[in-house]
Design a protein around this ligand. Sequence first.
Ligand code: BES
Ligand code: ZN
Length: 966
Amino acid sequence: MWLAAAAPSLARRLLFLGPPPPPLLLLLLSRSSRCRRRLHSLGLAAMPEKRPFERLPADVCPINYSLCLKPDLLDFTFEGKLEASAQVRQATNQIVMNCADIDIITASYVPEGDEVPRPGIEPRLLSVKARSPNHWTARESPTDCVFRCFDNRKQFSDNFEIHATGFNYQNEDEKVTLSFPSTLQPGTGTLKIDFVGELNDKMKGFYRSKYTTPSGEVRYAAVTQFEATDARRAFPCWDEPAIKATFDISLVVPKDRVALSNMNVIDRKPYPDDENVVEVKFARTPVMSTYLVAFVVGEYDFVETRSKDGVCVRVYTPVGKAEQGKFALEVAAKTLPFYKDYFNVPYPLPKIDLIAIADFAAGAMENWGLVTYRETALLIDPKNSCSSSRQWVALVVGHELAHQWFGNLVTMEWWTHLWLNEGFASWIEYLCVDHCFPEYDIWTQFVSADYTRAQELDALDNSHPIEVSVGHPSEVDEIFDAISYSKGASVIRMLHDYIGDKDFKKGMNMYLTKFQQKNAATEDLWESLENASGKPIAAVMNTWTKQMGFPLIYVEAEQIEDDRLLRLSQRKFCASGPYVGEDCPQWMVPITISTSEDSSHAKMKILMDKPEMNVVLKDVKPDQWVKLNLGTVGFYRTQYSSAMLESLLPGIRDLSLPPVDRLGLQNDLFSLARAGIISTVEVLKVMEAFVNEPNYTVWSDLSCNLGILSTLLSHTDFYEEIQEFVKDVFSPIGERLGWDPKPGEGHLDALLRGLVLGKLGKAGHKATLEEARRRFKDHVEGKQILSADLRSPVYLTVLKHGDGTTLDIMLKLHKQADMQEEKNRIERVLGATLSPELIQKVLTFALSEEVRPQDTVSVIGGVAGGSKHGRKAAWKFIKDNWEELYNRYQGGFLISRLIKLSVEGFAVDKMAGEVKAFFESHPAPSAERTIQQCCENILLNAAWLKRDAESIHQYLLQRKASPPTA
Ligand code: BES
Ligand code: ZN
């Protein structure tokens, strides 16, 4: 029924002939089942048991938090005082809140209005201090001095104050139960808690971040990172996204420090008895979730502007680097009005600050009104930043500002719907960058960066549905992955295309207006979009968000007079081959079909809602090609019959297929080869057809796949032959581009040049290597500084083909670098070094003081991905230093990234067992799924190698003997 509603004119053309299953699919089922059995025999297929978890009871909830914090930037502690006005919904004598790594000193509850304590109980006698950490009481009692900031707040009669008699910390659950000697009656009241905590160095909760002043002195800032479940490390709270409240925040800080929070400052006054300290008070926030609260105390400069829609925007930078905030400031000032228009909802706060934090685990965090970033995701230096950094800053700013509406104003009801936040922001960041920088051709880059990445992960048996039930914090950490982000963004892109921009926008506005200041679930978004578009959104989208994976659409064609009949069938695509078994999941797949007559417009759009479907395309001449998935928008892979594929390939060589379609076709073929559905040699031949390719993103995706293949073949003794292949594929474009920018070139040319030279240099292309060495020498000697865009490829090339001296020079450049971007650039290529001693030196460097804790991961990952020896050495290093690494990130998502980067390149069955065994004795709860995925990938690599290594070798030898002519 909805088929007709979706596309009435198209529905009439559909023929439901029900073809037999394509023979190739049947053939492959046995192979796929073998691999799955192998996973089972290693015990890798099933996920471990879920940890017990309960959400907070709903009997008491917060209305407003008055929170005053006094961080000590020298001894890394903080003192806190909370006065939360709360509503007791059901009589109770205990309050359960979240609390972790915090010591509560006193807690009491003061009922408001005329509620009185139960008769027979003498409140004064009940006052008990359950705990009193000595570092607090030694100096002064909290109520005496530290918290005078609350003096002017509403006073309650002391008689009515019910002091908690016990604080029962449930450390595992990160909760505390406050027990009261009398029943708290339904109504409102104030919960008062005095507490102390540590400014930790784990980049979560309220933590310290190290920086060096322009004069060289090491100091610390106090900053926050609360998402997903770490606000509870800064103050006792109801730390769940649906338990919203307003916040009145005050910070007691040294008077020469910048103090920031979500809202604007409303008062700043001297702190009694200490002339070096001030109390800074911020305006009340809107109703919001705890994970979005933020505060920063440190030394910063800023640049400022007012956006067209009247919001005060500031970018805070390290002292002396305000200039580096200008690019992000411009992007933010353009982005705010863009979102205001798109959502038709104004930004609700008077200001927004974007601040660069030196030690920062994620890329950036969308705290309402105070967005925190890694330095490399915010700062741009006109001379020393490369084009890809500029693009990254634009995307990250676009992403975090989108959350100000989608996430902050309307918040997911529970972490199960995290994808709503992250998938949506990861989609709209591209829309925003496309608006601000059309020259980036950013949507093509989406396909290579997000869409294909998501498909790679989602083809695994150990993937998970977009909507996944989560409870315990380690399970929540685990879903900040490519499924929530990249698959989430990809299915929204597909949905946007299916609905059309006008109705999509209308639906977004309905959703944001209806749920503003509240919480919503996935189905709420579908309902709004369904109302706006009249299309069956929930029915379609449930097939994409509630089940994992995606389909492989097999298509074959038959010419019937002037028409083309297409037979389509869908089956779940698995990395080990098509799905085997009875109950194959099905999707409702919006499919577009184009022909060579007009390669950039869909000739037909259908919604495939069955396992098999036939379609007749009218007036398609026998010599025309037909292609599925115009723009690579539909979240599926396509397998063409040999005849159809044959007819498409010339479109790669003569560029008559649009870039994003060339990219998608190549990527599909590559993954089909990896899954054993076609041979890898077939894909190598297709790759050779890209000789005339001008498009950066197409090259980037091809390069990425060749990188995967190189890593695989590093397990063989013909690694050098694949390097020859890489050189052959990349040298024509390398020659066309040369080393120096030509007049009129733009952003994408700069990206392409860096990519191609890096690839050629790494593969040992002689001319590239020589020129890289020459330019590196001039750079180091200060004769001619390398342009920022050429640095990564040159560093990589000289290191890979260099010696201990080259490594020492790189480490010196690292030390001298003033910008974190330059330090990261160097850190990421260090793993290219080849000799075992130098590799060891790089690994030791990764854990040294020279590398920021969040960047250790990319140094070790770089070693693992850099060479065959590096892979083994990195794994050994992780095992040997496990305790330190685990402790450094306290679980968290960085540990997952480290594991993934370091073990995924193995291609020997027994390594899957070894990895599994290691993590059984060294548990990393938040990385459990990642570990399963890595083991699955190792087995897939091993199977791929066994299957195709010999034929690849033969093909490469034969090619060498008689090189193909272009
Ligand atoms: N909300 C996240 C930050 C975050 C990530 C918190 C992981 C907790 C765990 C933020 O909006 C985000 O998605 N940041 C990205 C950058 C973005 C451009 C994809 C990140 O940190 O990688
Ligand atoms: Zn995000």
